[in-house]
Design a protein around this ligand. Sequence first.
Ligand code: HEM
Length: 211
Amino acid sequence: MTTEQRTKPKWTWWVMVVLAGLIGIYGVGFAFGGAEAFYEGRDLPLGLDVSIVALSFHAVVGGLALLTGPFQFLERIRTARPKLHRGLGRLHVAAALGTGLSGFFVAGFAEGGLTGRLGFAALGALTTTCGLVGLRLALGRRFDDHRVWMMRSFALLLAAVSLRLQIPALFALLDGDETMVFAVVGWSCWVPNLLVVEWMIRRRPAPVIVV
Ligand code: HEM
């Protein structure tokens, strides 16, 4: 593979940018009144105000994590603009950790009953763990391992995209049973992502990602 080929993003990267970009913008925009409407009529153990603040924070940091993540995988930026990679990386990791932690928190009163809540909580815990491990490896200058863990972290963040792609199909398949839909999607939005990214990581000896 020539240098030119290696530095050109693949079409899969562009698909990822568009999907992550659209849901990322939705997440940031959700902070402007979205949570009030989302929780309307819901029985919230911590009350409406705390839940709205938690979900709005979650949506904004989730949006930022999705908007910043794809650029971190571009070899062109990593090698030619290392300061930009580091600056954007700091913002991305902070947003990813905020997303994982706040996702874990709002999972406690999510739709989907216990099954759905456990799925979302596992997603939150894993996203936080991958972000922390990735950050630690970058600080320890173990950049190959850092890239692998950030791939895992971003695959988990992309659950926000998978979930929104799966929900219409699940509603049709499960006759509109909302609790069942969220019980299933609490797991199906991230387990396949993790399997695919593990396959991508293992398929080559050197962790070259989507570029
Ligand atoms: C990866 C870890 C994530 C976890 C564990 C997680 C978990 C959750 C949970 C449990 C809910 C509430 C569902 C309910 O009450 O029924 C939720 C809602 C939401 N999340 Fe996340 N999420 C994650 C990532 C993201 C990302 C990356 C975004 C970026 C846009 C995002 C944006 C939102 C938004 C906007 C809502 C409320 C409205 C809606 O569902 O459309 N989340 N999330």
